[in-house]
Design a protein around this ligand. Structure first.
Ligand code: ATP
Length: 282
């Protein structure tokens, strides 16, 4: 069996520019990977099918699983007739705004590229990833990138300066589709994406923290009061920057000092079921 790590991502910015004629939203997002990862294992099967094996009861084991879809797309593209077993050891909270499913799909494409020695380039793998979901191309290489188009146009950026990232996921379900359906372009305050990119170029941590913005946050906040409560606790515990990731409900804090990260973790542990202290990935 061969293994691949599938890291979670957070949004430093998330902007929705307009709804396109093809139904997708045109977005502008600065995203970065963090070291909270699923672990995927891959092996060949003699029968021509894709088998998903996960102990997590929230992870579907059929065509609804994004890793399953990625394996089908890969097999079709590369003309592979043998089957594949995919083990998913899930650590990223499910339906959290952390792109767990998308990262599993990207890890599947990378893993199968190794398993079958197909030598696909990153660009080829990103093109394949587009067919599965808007966040999947970013997850092929991860790091820190600007994603535009519907998420598939990628420009690498300098990494988030080293810091602690405290992730807190309240025990509520958020429908990404419902959040996007509620986007109101007239009342929207757009993030200063260029200023965040400039701050990353200058490795200016405090300017990055001052400019964290997500247009979906007010929408999810209007449905779930837990999100502003978590943000308030993080700010009270002296987080350097705080934002909801993706369509939520996970909220994260960026902090330079370990003692502050511990304080934020402890202040939220009783309130949220899932709290993690992780790092940004270079
Ligand atoms: P994004 O940030 O890309 O919107 P998310 O983090 O909000 O994604 P996921 O963890 O990817 O959400 O899960 C969303 C839904 O996708 C889940 O309800 C689950 O049923 C389904 N799903 C499909 N494949 C997977 C997978 N490999 N891991 C987890 N969930 C998956």
């Amino acid at each position: 069996m061969i293994y691949e790590k599938a890291p979670a991502k957070i949004n430093l910015t998330l902007d929705v520019l307009y709804k396109r004629d093809d139904g997708y939203h045109e977005v502008e997002m600065v995203m970065t990977t963090v070291d909270l990862s699923d672990r995927l294992g891959f092996e060949c099967l003699n029968v021509n099918k894709v088998v998903i094996d996960s102990e997590n009861r929230f992870v579907p084991d059929d065509h609804r699983n994004l890793a399953y879809q990625a394996a089908q797309v890969f097999k079709e593209y590369c003309g592979i007739k043998s089957g594949v077993k995919i083990e998913i050891d899930k650590n990223i909270p499910v339906a959290a705004g952390l792109a767990g499913g998308s990262s599993d799909a990207a890890a599947t494409i990378r893993g199968l590229n190794r398993l079958f020695t197909t030598n696909l380039t990153n660009r080829e793998m990103e093109k394949m990833a587009e067919q599965i979901g808007s966040d999947v191309p970013f997850c092929i290489q991860g790091g820190t990138q600007l994603a535009t188009g519907r998420g598939e146009v990628l420009d690498p950026l300098p990494p988030l300066p080293p810091c602690y990232v405290v992730l807190a996921k309240p025990n509520i379900g958020v429908s990404t589709k419902e959040v996007y359906d509620r986007v109101n372009f007239e009342r929207m305050k757009h993030p200063h994406t260029k200023k965040v990119i400039k701050a990353l170029n200058n490795q200016d941590f405090s300017s990055v923290c001052d400019r964290l913005e997500n247009v979906l946050e007010p929408i999810t906040v209007s449905m779930h009061k837990e999100i502003p409560q978590i943000k308030e606790q993080m700010v009270n515990a002296e987080a350097d920057g705080v934002l909801m990731s993706g369509s939520g409900p996970t909220v994260y804090a960026l902090v330079k000092q370990e003692s502050k990260a511990d304080r934020i973790y402890n202040s939220l542990k009783g309130f949220c079921q899932e709290v993690y202290i992780v790092h940004s990935l270079r």
